[in-house]
Design a protein around this ligand. Structure first.
Ligand code: SAH
Ligand code: SF4
Ligand code: F3S
Length: 437
């Protein structure tokens, strides 16, 4: 028996991929460990989205040096988006690395690990003809929790001026609907109650299925018919792919949860244009009105970039105005990071101090909105999908429909859904009392 330690950076798709790689290696006799020191193989599943994320990989690799010196048989692999972007360069810069595997080649990882055991280093950053999903084993029951990710679409054709994803993940590809349905069915049979459909642009999903082309809405409606599957979510979406049938599904399909991550990046039309986002701030606001007409309680989430090249004070104010108009329940915000090979990287950057100050101002507003959204839950009744025991005796933790973490004293088991009245809101979670089932 060999032990595999995986560290995951970046987005949910990497979380999903790490699970699938663990399963692929599991079929080769590897069990996962949480302790790097006892591993026979350390795999870093990396993210290239911002400079800090990418550089962290190299410092973490550096920190593995003493471990490798003490344990020469230890194999070190780099997977994910840094692997894709930098390929063989990683072996040059970090000779302790044994293998480099890009996101589309994970099904080849076991063979690469075997090669490493025989003393051969390998790099695979192909976009292979075959579909990795056809070669990855099914998830073992032991790995199952009440909530699971399921990748339905990968890659991106949007080429936002700041973003590396179209280069690291390749062109947009949707998995066939029947494979997704089968995978979902299998997960539910093993005890999964909630599935989050993943894609870099998940709402651009158009897969082949029975009767022709399936949109994301069609997929959601088909999944909703699976008995035992109680909740469906999807992420991440692009505003321009928010089609009418998907908006309608939010009003009609109770299993589709009222939480939507819909990044806009900026509220300034000039900056949106420079970013190549291909819509105006007004279009985004109208879109949210239409979504809220279907689901008035929809909790909106978003992503923002401040300090994009050319961003003026008034562009920034336009972003602040948009945030006030939407009123986000959740949001992620980042300082622009110039990424090699992207069009925006050629442009003159906004001074660091200016970008830092804007980020602070923006985050203060978003935090206030988030807190208010959470506090507005106090006194309301929500449905909590129980995930695991909490810290206190008898306490369980789960998520509400709105993805708020909720603590509750209950004898419910993971996978149960309980009605809870919210009594209190703290920084990162809610607390409540079980009401009649
Ligand atoms: N496909 C998704 C987002 C993928 S990346 C979408 O289009 O919305 C996740 C987030 O990282 C982006 O929404 C953006 O806010 C941020 N991001 C991407 N590239 C960045 C960069 N170069 N600098 C700073 N933030 C970036
Ligand atoms: Fe990146 Fe834009 Fe594609 Fe999102 S839509 S992954 S931000 S290029
Ligand atoms: Fe990062 Fe790649 Fe995801 S760059 S955000 S891990 S798609």
């Amino acid at each position: 028996m060999k032990r595999l330690f995986i560290r995951t950076y970046g987005c949910q798709m990497n979380v999903y991929d790490s699970e699938r790689m663990a399963e692929a290696m599991g079929a080769e006799g590897y069990v996962t460990t949480e302790v790097a020191e006892e591993a026979d193989m350390v795999l870093l599943n990396t993210c290239h989205i911002r400079e800090k994320a990418a550089e962290k990989v190299y410092s973490d690799l550096g920190r593995l040096r003493p471990l490798k010196a003490a344990k020469p048989d230890l194999k070190i692999g780099v997977a994910g988006c840094v692997a894709q972007a930098e390929g063989a360069e990683i072996l040059k810069r970090m000779p302790l690395v044994d293998l480099v595997v890009g996101p589309q080649s994970y099904h080849r990882l076991p063979a690469m690990a075997k090669a490493a055991d025989e003393g051969r280093k390998s790099v695979d950053t192909d976009f292979p003809e075959e579909d990795k999903f056809d070669y990855l084993p099914e998830r073992p029951k032991s790995a199952i929790r009440p909530t699971a990710f399921l990748t339905v679409q990968e890659g991106c054709d949007k080429f936002c001026a700041f973003c590396v994803v179209p280069y690291t993940r390749g062109a947009e590809v949707s998995r066939p609907a029947d494979r997704i349905m089968r995978e979902a069915q299998g997960l539910v049979e093993k005890g999964v109650r909630e599935i989050t459909l993943l894609g870099q642009n998940v709402n651009a999903y158009h897969g082949t299925g029975e009767g022709g082309d399936w949109s994301l809405a069609r997929l959601v409606r088909a999944l909703a018919k699976i008995d035992g599957l109680e909740r469906i979510r999807y992420t991440t979406s692009h505003p321009n792919d928010m089609e009418d049938d998907l908006i309608a599904a939010h009003g009609e399909e109770p299993k589709l949860m009222p939480y939507l991550h819909l990044p806009v990046q900026s509220g300034s039309d000039r900056i949106l244009k420079a970013m190549n986002r291909k819509h105006r701030a007004e279009d985004y606001l109208r879109l949210i009105e239409r979504i809220r007409a279907q689901r008035p309680d929809m909790l909106m989430s978003g992503d923002f970039i401040v300090g994009f090249p050319g961003e003026t004070d008034s562009d920034f104010e336009a972003t602040m105005d948009l945030i006030r108009a939407v009123n986000y329940g959740m949001a992620y915000s980042f300082k622009y990071s110039a990424r090699p090979g992207t069009p925006a990287a050629e442009k003159t950057p906004v001074p660091d101090e200016v970008a830092d100050a804007r980020l602070q101002t923006l985050q203060a507003l978003l935090t206030a909105q988030q807190r208010a959204a959470q506090e507005s839950m106090v006194g309301r009744e929500v449905a909590v999908l129980v995930e695991k025991p909490g810290r206190l005796p008898g306490q369980m933790v789960g998520k509400s429909e709105y993805l708020h973490a909720v603590h509750v004293l209950s004898d419910a088991a993971p996978g149960d859904i309980v009605r809870v009245r919210i009594d209190a809101s703290s920084t990162n979670s809610l607390a409540g009392t079980v009401v009649a089932a």
